[in-house]
Ligand binder design. Structure first.
Ligand code: ATP
Ligand code: MG
Length: 312
C-alpha cells in the first residue's frame, strides 16, 4: 500500500464547555484534545489502515505527549515528529458562539509547531513516501514552505502524487507571499480538495463549473469540493459526481474537512471508484461532526461500514 505523509502543526485544542463570546472571564473548559488540521488528516489516514507519517514539531510537555500517544496508537509513523527542548506545544482555545461561529485564541507560530523544518528523520520519511498531502493553512513559515515544495517535487520525481486542501480564509490569502506560495502548491497538485468557497480562491471564474474547468485545464487531475451539510462533489475530465451528506446531529464541526480528506485520499490511492469514495468520505465527515473534539471523530473503515449499514 502507498505511504501518505503530511507536514504541519500539531496542537492541543481546549474547548469552552458553554457557548458564548470569547474568553474574557473565567469559564468552564474541557481538554486537551489532540488537534492540528494535518494531524487530524493523518490520524484518519492511519485509521483507514494506510501506511502514513507526519513531519511536525511538538514541545517536551504533556500537550505534545497527548498527541504523540494518540497518533502512534492509531498507527501514524511519528519518527519525523521532533520534540523541541524549549518551545511549548501549540494550542488553540475555542469557544462556539450561539450562532455556531467560532472564537479562537491561538498559540501556533511561536510554539514548537513554528519550528517545523527539515531534519534527517523528515528526509527519511519523504524518501519512503508515495503521496504528500499539503494543508495550505500549515504553510506558515519559509522553512515549512520550502520543505513542502521540495517534498512534492521529490515524490513526483519517483511517480508519486500530491493532494492539496487550502483550509484558508480569504483574509489569510491577503498576507504578502501567501498567494504565490499557494499557486506553487497548486501547480504541483494532482488532487485538489477545497471547501466550498475555497474553489474560488484560485480562479476568477463565476461558477463552480467554470472554476473547475479552469483548474483542470491547469493540470490538476481531480477536484473534490467539500460542502459541509450539502455533502461533496467530484470533478475530473468531464465527470461530475455529487454525493449528499448524511443526516446527523452536528455536535462539533471542527475537523470534519480533514477527516473527510483523510478518508478520500486513502481510497483515491487504492483506485476506489470516485462515487464510492465520495460516499465513504461523506460518512466519515458525518461521523466527525457527531463527536466533540477535533480528532475524536476520526474512524476506522469498520466504524464507517457500521455507520453506512445504519444509514443505507
Ligand atoms: P474543517 O476545515 O473545519 O475541518 P471543512 O470546511 O474543510 O471543515 P466541511 O465541508 O465543513 O469541511 O465538511 C467536510 C465533510 O464533512 C462534508 O463534505 C460532509 O461530507 C461532512 N459534513 C460536514 N458537516 C456535516 C453535517 N452537518 N452533516 C453531515 N455531514 C457533514
Ligand atoms: Mg477545511
Amino acid at each position: 500500500m502507498k505511504k501518505i505523509i503530511t507536514i504541519g502543526e500539531i496542537l492541543v485544542e481546549i474547548m469552552a464547555t458553554e457557548p458564548g463570546d470569547g474568553f474574557l472571564e473565567p469559564i468552564g473548559l474541557v481538554g486537551p484534545y489532540p488537534s492540528g488540521a494535518p494531524a487530524i488528516f493523518i490520524d484518519q489516514v492511519a485509521k483507514m489502515g494506510q501506511p502514513c507519517g507526519m513531519i511536525a514539531c511538538v514541545g517536551a510537555d504533556d500537550f505534545g505527549q497527548v498527541n504523540l500517544d494518540r497518533l502512534s496508537r492509531d498507527g501514524v509513523d511519528v519518527s519525523a515528529i521532533v520534540t523541541h527542548p524549549e518551545l511549548p506545544t501549540g494550542s488553540a482555545f475555542v469557544r462556539y458562539r450561539p450562532d455556531g461561529s467560532r472564537h479562537f485564541v491561538f498559540n501556533i507560530r511561536h510554539s514548537a509547531a513554528g519550528a517545523t523544518g527539515a531534519t534527517p528523520e523528515a528526509e527519511r520519511l519523504i524518501e519512503g513516501a508515495h503521496h504528500l498531502h499539503v494543508m495550505g493553512s500549515s504553510l506558515s513559515t519559509p522553512a515549512i514552505v520550502a520543505l513542502a515544495l521540495s517534498a512534492a517535487d521529490r515524490i513526483h520525481a519517483k511517480g508519486g502524487t500530491v493532494s492539496f486542501d487550502p483550509n484558508l480564509r480569504p483574509s489569510v490569502l491577503a498576507t504578502p507571499g501567501t498567494r504565490e506560495t499557494m499557486d506553487e502548491v497548486l501547480a504541483r497538485t494532482d488532487l485538489f480538495l477545497p471547501s466550498g468557497p475555497e474553489l474560488f480562491l484560485f480562479s476568477s471564474a463565476a461558477t463552480e463549473a467554470e472554476a473547475v474547468a479552469d483548474l483542470l485545464g491547469r493540470g490538476i487531475g481531480a477536484i473534490v469540493v467539500k460542502d459541509g451539510a450539502e455533502g461533496a462533489r467530484y470533478h475530473a475530465d468531464g465527470a461530475l459526481l455529487s454525493a449528499p451528506a448524511f443526516a446527523v446531529d452536528e455536535i462539533d464541526p471542527t475537523g470534519a474537512g480533514d477527516t473527510f480528506a483523510g478518508t478520500f485520499v486513502a481510497l483515491w490511492l487504492r483506485d476506489t471508484p470516485p462515487a464510492q469514495a465520495l460516499r465513504i468520505a461523506n460518512a466519515s465527515g458525518a461521523l466527525a461532526v457527531t463527536r466533540r473534539g477535533p480528532m475524536e471523530g476520526t474512524s476506522t473503515m469498520a466504524e464507517i461500514d457500521a455507520f453506512l449499514g445504519a444509514h443505507a
